[in-house]
Design a protein around this ligand. Structure first.
Ligand SMILES: [Zn+2]
Length: 91
């Protein structure tokens, strides 16, 4: 498993963390899920991981590298979408 800390510029595209309100400082993680695929996801600076309960929400990637393109996709699909879906499901 590898990880990479990164910091974004101020933005309005990344959903704020429901725990601490941060949307710029994250750590990306990459972990081999099966022989030819890795799971990639991002964790907030406070430790909040929206994919913790359902790792199917994590991004799948053949190589598991953590370059900027992958970080962008991980933020879109394994952070933004997961949190927004969670909010929609709240009663
Ligand atoms: Zn947070």
């Amino acid at each position: 498993m590898s990880s990479r800390q990164f910091e974004l510029r101020q933005n309005t595209t990344i959903v704020c963390c429901p725990k601490c309100g941060n949307n710029t400082k994250f750590t990306a993680h990459s972990q081999r899920a099966c022989e030819d695929s890795c799971d990639i996801w991002v964790v907030c600076q406070c430790g909040y991981d929206p994919t913790q309960d359902n790792t199917l929400n994590r991004l799948e990637d053949t190589w598991g590298g953590l370059d900027n393109g992958i970080l962008h996709d991980a933020l879109t699909y394994a952070w933004n979408e997961v949190i927004q879906e969670g909010l929609d499901n709240e009663p």
